[in-house]
Design a protein around this ligand. Structure first.
Ligand code: DMJ
Length: 573
């Protein structure tokens, strides 16, 4: 009797190629099965991806519809005259502003949804190639920079999703040479502002974590920080091209964030480091208050280099004023205001007027030589002057405010004089020719709308809203793509680049939104904006805005936000 093959030997034989020589139909079946399986799996994957994209698209459409609905309901209310009956009427709110801020909110939603769709968790969105890029070490820079804008605009589902990412995926342990300045103003500032607005402790924990990684940068002989630090290892240095020097703006623009962090954590170490910088600079502060852009971190003194209110100088002057405001203008911060006022005298010594149209501008200085050039970056100055004008006595206050208004007119014309109605990166002034664009790109910068926001808040002059609206429309026309917002490589030709800058969401759109909101929304009496437009609550010098014994009354802490026109206050999470 032949031996019956065991089931074991049968199963072995199907893995034996000879089996298929004897039974070719089985081979056909196996191949067919395999191909079907591969097709099925790849089809599933495609379906899942398509499904995911479809869900994101539908979400954006839904959010757009919600906005549209809010807009309609606001209009209906206005036309029915119901407004004043159920809400407290703000004198500075009107139907045109309501409609405009809804348009700005829609722009933010578009920018944010594009980021969610193509670059989620990355630092920046590249709208043309529809992908993300990590230009800040992979810290989710756009996401963190956008948190407070989402919150203020009432985009709460988006804020929630961003918060989940911060809680679960934001990791600072990166072997990356980070800019101390950029990481502070975007990440520390963004997280602290999200904490102040929402009260959610996760933001404070994360802010403390990244600030702890940045702190070794201040361990120089003078206390002036090195501007680059490895986030994983804590080794700090300056960029090669500064000849070993620290950059003025990079070294003097961490005070607001680190003081705020000390106030909220009750740990003075952050505040001590950054306040020492200003004390050090005060020792050799020039009589005109104008510091060159390079500071030697070994001696703490200025190295021969240009003086400017544009790139590399700008926010140092801004923070002198704002730390004074953050510190409740008390004795402890008096020296900041004094230094600021000295610098503003210096600024006035750099002011010139063009011919034939008499535009006011701020020169740059190198040694004794003045250069007739102004960066668009220096267009933060009108806002700063307006904000600081209130601290002067009669006479001087009007003079400073009037200079602010003249400079704002020039900055607005940086936009209006180009074919795209968007400003170039810098301008040169020649006798008889007023101004010409120098570097011709526009990377969605905020400085001019920032100044228009302050000037509107401080003067109540609606002209500034009109100017802001014109600039917003130019962004919509030239920079908006299906996949986000891009800068222009050239404001004359309108050729676009491939980057949605994080400050477009953090600053440009936030200031525009606030330009069309009542003054009670992020009141300048209660909040101070860092240089990346992150509002930090003004508390007592050692206070925590969320501490149960905090002096700030809880009702007062709630930011007002709008569903269409103001319908009420929103609570914390
Ligand atoms: C922002 O990161 C900040 O406003 C900074 O102070 C200057 N540069 C950009 C915006 O232009």
């Amino acid at each position: 009797m032949g031996k019956k093959p065991s089931s074991n030997s049968t199963s072995l034989s199907i893995f034996n190629p000879k089996y298929y020589f004897k039974k070719p139909q089985q081979l056909v079946l196996v191949i067919f099965g395999f191909v079907s399986l591969v097709l099925l799996v790849s089809d599933r994957q495609n379906l899942t991806r398509d499904h995911h994209e479809e869900v994101l698209r539908l979400n954006e459409e839904l959010a757009q519809l919600k906005l549209h609905l809010e807009d309609l309901s606001v209009k209906v209310k206005w036309s029915a005259g119901l407004e004043s009956s159920n809400t407290s009427k703000d004198d500075d709110d009107d139907p045109v502003s309501v409609e405009r801020r809804e348009k700005v909110k829609e722009a933010m939603l578009h920018a944010w949804t594009s980021y969610e769709k193509y670059a989620w968790g990355h630092d920046e969105l590249q709208p043309q190639t529809k992908d993300g890029v990590n230009s800040f070490g992979g810290l989710g820079a756009t996401l963190v920079d956008s948190l407070d804008t989402l919150f203020i605009m009432g985009l709460h589902e988006q804020f929630q999703r961003a918060k989940e990412w911060v809680a679960n995926s934001l990791d600072f342990n990166k072997d990356y040479e980070a800019s101390v300045f950029e990481t502070t103003i975007r990440v520390v500032g963004g997280l602290l502002s999200a904490y102040d607005l929402s009260g959610d402790k996760i933001f404070l924990e994360k802010a403390k974590n990244i600030a702890d990684r940045l702190l070794p940068a201040w361990n120089s002989p003078s206390g002036i920080p090195y501007n680059i630090i490895n986030l994983a290892h804590g080794s700090a240095h300056n960029p090669g091209w500064t000849r070993g020097n620290s950059i003025l703006a990079d070294s003097g623009t961490e005070q607001l964030e680190f003081i705020a962090l000390s106030q909220r954590t009750k740990d003075p170490k952050y505040q001590e480091k950054v306040e020492k910088v200003v004390k050090e600079l005060q020792k050799t502060f020039p009589t005109d208050g104008l510091l060159p852009i390079y500071i030697n971190p070994l001696s703490g003194t200025a190295a021969y280099s240009p003086i400017t209110f544009g790139a590399m100088g700008d926010s140092f002057y801004e923070y002198l004023l704002k730390v004074w405001i953050q510190g409740n203008k008390t004795e402890a911060v008096k020296h900041y205001r004094e230094m600021w006022e000295t610098s503003m005298k210096g600024l006035q010594s750099l002011v010139r007027k063009t011919t034939p149209s008499s535009f006011t501008y701020i020169c740059e200085k190198n040694g004794n030589f003045l250069s007739d050039k102004m960066d668009e970056l220096a267009c933060f100055a009108p806002g700063m002057l307006a904000l600081g004008s209130k601290g002067y006595g009669p006479g001087e206050a009007e003079k400073v405010l009037s200079l602010a208004e003249e400079l704002a007119w020039t900055c607005y014309n940086f936009y209006q004089l180009t074919p795209t109605k968007l400003a170039g990166e810098n301008y040169f002034f020649h006798p008889g020719q007023d101004m010409n664009v120098g570097t011709s790109w526009n990377i969605l910068r905020p400085e001019t709308v920032e100044s228009l926001f302050y000037l509107w808040r401080i003067t109540g002059n609606k002209t500034y809203q009109e100017w802001g609206w014109n600039i917003f429309q130019a962004f919509e026309k030239n920079s908006r793509l299906e996949t986000g917002y891009v800068g222009l490589k050239d404001v004359n030709s309108g050729i676009i680049d491939n980057k949605m800058q994080t400050f477009f969401l953090a600053e440009t759109l936030k200031y525009l939104y606030l330009l069309f909101s009542p003054t009670s929304v992020i009141s300048l009496d209660e909040w101070v904006f860092n240089t990346e437009a992150h509002p930090l609550r003004i508390v007592t010098r050692d206070g925590d805005p969320h501490h149960e014994n905090s002096q700030v009354d809880r009702q007062q802490k709630l930011p007002i936000h709008f569903r269409g026109r103001k319908e009420g206050r929103l609570g914390y999470n």
